[in-house]
Design a protein around this ligand. Structure first.
Ligand code: SAH
Ligand code: SF4
Ligand code: F3S
Length: 444
């Protein structure tokens, strides 16, 4: 009988990409992926620790799936990813946790999964949360079990050493390391041959990608890498996430500008508009230098969308700091933003500061930035009415059966009437209407 594996993923794109690596390793060991949790012999929850509510969601889900043990006592439940790495053995303490977790596996230990499962089958709990300075899974071909056949992630590096003071990622993902560029280019070619047309290069800070060629033959940095991929696959769209503002180089902006198939969309998390907050966050740039980077982008890449992340209510944030964030948002005219209330993470340097902004103030400030961003997103979309965009078709629109959806180079969702377009094809669409989240148009 074929053993079945069910994987559920939380958190960032990196984690979704990791789940495809996990699927590959398990597939090599005879497992078949199922999307029906009730049919699974093994259930992996690939978890996120970025904020307390991300962890609480995981615990709630783990509690829910315990009931599956009633009908199938042999079921194996594993916690993978960042929460596994952060909480470690405490996830195996059944009496404290109030439920049983069979295995705990950190992001650098996925090659060990088949062995760990054997231990569990032998009646033990199993754990491997060892972080590595080298592991990039370069030779593992991801199994794209949840893909739309058009868009795919390619992980180009792992870990992070920026140590933003609020952030748990450096401790859950370990040292920064770049993947061999040959294996990245090979994966990109392979995906293109399989019909994929949108490739997103992933890392916590892709700008610090740096591969040292053996025997001192020089270095390959991110502009080199993305330029090379874009050049080799002119019919594919290349995206990347995420860029740290402190090292978004002019050279990268030039490479984007001179390759039309590198998408006109940059995600550049600003976090705050106040220099004193940025300093406490250890972000290593100022509001002024951030805006200078935006000016460089807008001068060198016409029609480039810029999106961001904002944390509100970080330690010591005053009303004045908050107003500076609102001002920076308005000046920067972000096309979209992910906005969060600060959540103190154990073990970070931020946790040594006093989390002194009261919950109701955090809530109020978050509402204000969300409201402002909604206005900015709507304005950005309204300015697209009447324009014609090349849209990469992804599939049917979720809301209506006779419509299709895709994205333009700026990464905005475009919805248009289905005239028999194939997913993976490019269609020119003239924009007629919009909401703050979507462009609506007619295919030409
Ligand atoms: N590596 C990426 C970010 C990864 S985490 C980068 O540096 O841009 C995604 C976003 O989560 C961050 O940009 C930040 O806005 C938010 N975030 C991270 N830690 C947080 C915390 N402790 N509380 C609230 N938001 C947080
Ligand atoms: Fe976290 Fe900063 Fe690294 Fe991003 S760059 S993952 S926010 S430490
Ligand atoms: Fe979450 Fe880990 Fe990504 S903490 S945001 S899954 S790197």
């Amino acid at each position: 009988m074929v053993r079945k594996l069910y994987i559920e993923t939380y958190g960032c794109q990196m984690n979704f990409s990791d789940s495809e690596i996990v699927a590959s390793i398990m597939h090599e060991n005879g497992y078949k992926i199922t999307n029906d949790i009730c049919k699974a012999h093994v259930i992996f929850i690939n978890t996120c620790s970025i904020r307390d509510n991300a962890e609480q969601r995981v615990f709630k889900r783990l509690r829910q799936i315990q009931s599956l043990r009633k009908n199938n006592s042999g079921i194996i439940i594993g916690v993978l990813g960042c929460l596994a790495e952060r909480a470690k053995t405490s996830l195996l303490e059944e009496s404290k946790l109030g439920m049983r977790v069979d295995m705990v596996v950190g992001p650098d230990a996925y090659r060990d999964l088949p062995n760990l499962i054997k231990n569990v089958e032998g009646g033990q709990q199993a754990i491997n949360v060892i972080l590595s300075a080298e592991e990039t899974y370069a030779d593992v071909t991801p199994v794209r079990y949840a893909s739309n056949g058009v868009s795919a992630f390619i992980s180009i590096m792992r870990g992070c050493e920026n140590h933003c003071s609020y952030c748990v990622v450096p401790s859950t993902r370990g040292k920064e390391r770049s993947r061999n560029p040959g294996s990245i280019i090979e994966e990109a070619n392979q995906l293109y041959e399989e019909g994929y047309r949108e490739l997103t290069l992933l890392g916590q800070n892709v700008n610090s990608y740096n591969w040292k060629e053996p025997s001192d033959k020089g270095n390959i940095n991110f502009p080199d890498l993305i330029g090379e991929i874009a050049h080799r696959l002119p019919q594919a769209r290349i995206r990347f996430a995420t860029s740290h503002p402190k090292d978004l180089s002019d050279r990268l902006i030039e490479v984007i500008a001179s390759n039309p198939n590198i998408c006109r969309a940059i995600h550049l998390p600003v976090q705050s508009g106040s220099n004193s907050v940025l300093k406490r966050m250890n972000r290593k740039y100022t509001a002024e230098s951030y805006k200078q980077r935006l000016t460089a982008i807008r001068n060198m890449i016409p029609k480039c969308s810029v999106t961001t992340d904002i944390i509100t209510g970080f330690c010591g944030e005053t009303e004045k700091d908050h107003q500076q964030t609102l001002k920076l948002m308005e000046e920067s005219m972000f096309d979209f933003a992910f906005m969060f209330k600060y959540s103190e993470r154990p073990g970070t340097t931020g946790a040594k500061l006093v989390d002194d902004v009261p919950e109701e103030i955090k809530t109020k400030r978050l509402e204000e930035i969300i409201q402002l961003q909604q206005k900015l997103s709507h304005e950005s979309n309204k300015s697209d009415i009447g324009k014609v965009f090349t849209v990469l078709v992804e599939g049917k629109s979720k809301r209506s059966k006779d419509k299709m959806m895709g994205r333009n180079s700026q990464n905005k969702v475009v919805v248009f009437k289905d005239k028999g377009f194939e997913p993976g094809s490019y269609v020119k669409v003239k924009i007629e209407k919009c909401t703050s989240a979507t462009l609506l148009g007619e295919a030409l």
